[in-house]
Design a protein around this ligand. Structure first.
Ligand code: TXA
Ligand code: MG
Length: 541
């Protein structure tokens, strides 16, 4: 056990920290994001001891911190234009830039990758320690691997007392979540970890960027992480955390209905009054900066309260809120409960379903178009397309690897078994994408989302719907409409319509039916009336 010194943020403390670092020791230092566990980045042995102190997997690379812009040059092979622009705009600050690593960077820092992550922190104490020690500092967050990052010196001591030479106390961290990580070895630049510098801020300087899918979704099985840190368990308190998505009222209702021993809410300040369970807050609902500042400490407070099950209110995942959401998702091991009310919208071709959907959309209701998802489900590289090729034959592919829809339709329509096989492959894939889209649509702004699905019943989407609305119209009217819309003959239109179900199929028990037998204005009025009824039903429940 090492005798860990607590250093004050004055000249003596900074000198002492610098001396320890020069001697190959570990010192926890404040930064504007979270506390870092620092070592001389050019000393492989010192860097290796960071991994031991944190119990961190050796393949997870570290960020190198500099105290002056000119100290960047020796660390990378070259600095491209967009890197200079980003540095100019946001350094010093909570942004980490990945570029090809120079020879001098030890493998302990890069985890064996050919690239290196560099950051110029804005915290004056961090800058002073780096400059005083005269070397760049490798510093991951100063927590034990898997725990929430520390945002004050006391939290560092909880994890690191007795394991490192010193902790330099710089008070509370201003940002509260780790830096934004952007990979510039990639075109377009790729966001690997959201933080205080938002995607919009990056795009304002370098144009369009790509957000790595792992930022908001669990890594797919077998996928290679763009950043090794994405693979590992993160920020987790001992309790099992679930994110509850939905309106403030739906959140409170869900949590109160699940109150019990060890159950605790992790919520916004405004929520507390509506909850019957113990609660730990992390900022205000519309204030992502306050959420970022408080999240990690709140996660640690939950452990102190002995919480075993935590229901967390969901931040709005944009701006700095994207960083908050990203950390909370990992703290929750991607467990998300969706309270959003799902309204299924269906009906035969030409009945006016799209008009209803767009009328609702105008009122701010998110619409999930399953026709669009059906196309996404079979894009090149999807498991679904692979299964189709296996089930039918590579003849269903075009030379560029995309699906030849006409060919597939021809095979599938040839006999009933083939049609069944096709549906058994595609429907679950579309359903999975629909569930994902519902999860993405659900945040604190929406109580309801609409799943627009012509084959709602056939593909068994009714199972995920709380309400179903069917739009039907007289045969003649539908025929005229699709002839006009699709530029087809009377005969083709009739054939298409006759291949579909009777009206009764759509008007089954429990379904709200919109009869579209007037003009478009009448249909829109009917759609709005149904929407109002759905909303007041929600308020009453
Ligand atoms: O705000 C911060 O960035 C804090 C403070 C102390 O500066 N540091 C921090 O470090 O969060 P750490 O080690 O906890 O997170 C570094 C992240 C990891 O997810 C790691 O996988 C990723 O950056 N990373 C580092 N080098 C990389 C590289 N060459 N390629 C891809 N990802 C890299
Ligand atoms: Mg970390």
């Amino acid at each position: 056990m090492i005798d860990t010194q607590l250093l004050q943020p004055n000249t003596d403390g900074i000198d002492r920290a610098a001396t320890l670092l020069q001697g190959g020791e570990l010192v926890a230092i404040p930064t504007e994001t979270v506390y870092g566990l620092a070592a001389n980045a050019l000393d492989g042995t010192a860097v290796a001891s960071i991994f031991a102190a944190k119990d961190r997997p050796m393949d997870n690379p570290l960020i190198v911190h500099i105290g002056d812009l000119k100290d960047w040059t020796p660390l990378v092979t070259h600095i491209p234009d967009n890197a200079l622009k980003l540095a100019d705009a946001y350094w010093p600050g909570p942004l980490t830039i990945i570029l090809p690593a120079a020879e001098c960077i030890p493998t302990e820092v890069t985890g064996g990758l050919s690239t290196v992550a560099v950051r110029f922190p804005s915290h004056p104490i961090a800058q002073a320690v780096i400059l005083r020690s005269g070397c760049p500092l490798a510093a991951p967050s100063a927590n034990r691997s898997g725990s929430p990052s520390p945002t004050n010196a006391a939290r560092v001591a909880e994890d690191m007392h007795g394991r490192i030479a010193a902790i330099l106390d710089g008070g509370d961290c201003a940002v509260g979540v780790e830096s934004t990580v952007v990979d510039l070895c990639h075109t377009p630049p790729r966001l690997l970890r959201p933080g205080g510098i938002t995607p919009e801020m990056l795009e304002a300087v370098v144009g369009p960027i790509e957000i790595d899918p792992a930022v908001t979704h669990a890594l797919q099985k077998g996928a290679v992480a763009a950043s090794p840190g994405m693979k590992y368990k993160h920020y987790a308190p001992r309790a099992e955390v679930h994110i509850v998505k939905g309106s403030p009222a739906a959140y409170a209702e869900y949590v109160n209905a699940h109150a019990g021993n060890g159950v605790c809410a992790l919520c916004f300040e405004e929520d507390v009054a509506n909850l019957t369970t113990p609660a730990v807050t992390y900022g205000r609902r519309e204030d992502a900066l306050s959420q970022a500042q408080q999240l990690f400490d709140a996660l640690r407070q939950l452990d102190e309260q002995g919480a075993t099950t935590v229901y967390a209110a969901c931040p709005t995942p944009s701006g700095v809120g994207l960083a908050v959401y990203n950390r909370l998702l990992r703290a929750a091991a991607f467990r998300v409960i969706n309270t959003i009310r799902v309204v299924g919208l269906t009906g035969p071709t030409g009945a006016g379903k799209s008009t209803v959907a767009s009328a609702w959309h105008k009122h701010g209701v998110p619409i999930i178009d399953t026709d669009q998802l059906a196309r996404r489900a079979v894009e090149p590289g999807t498991e679904c397309l692979q299964q189709l090729v296996q089930a039918f034959s590579p003849a269903i592919l075009q030379s560029d690897g995309t699906l030849n829809r006409a060919k597939l339709a021809e095979i599938a329509l040839a006999d009933q078994d083939n049609a069944k096989k096709l549906n058994a492959i595609t429907h679950p894939a579309i359903l999975a994408l629909t569930r994902q889209a519902l999860e993405d649509a659900a945040d604190s702004r929406h109580d309801m989302a609409v799943v627009d699905a012509p084959l709602l019943f056939e593909a068994e989407f009714d199972a995920i719907c709380d309400e179903i609305v069917s739009v039907i119209a007289p045969y003649e009217q539908r025929k005229q409409r699709i002839m006009q819309r699709d530029g087809i003959t009377d005969e083709v239109a009739q054939r298409r319509m006759d291949a579909q179900q009777e009206d009764a199929f759509y008007c089954r028990e429990g379904v709200t039916v919109i009869h579209n037998n007037g003009d478009e204005d009448a249909l829109i009025r009917a759609a709005e009336a149904v929407l109002s009824a759905l909303i007041s039903k929600e308020d009453a429940s």
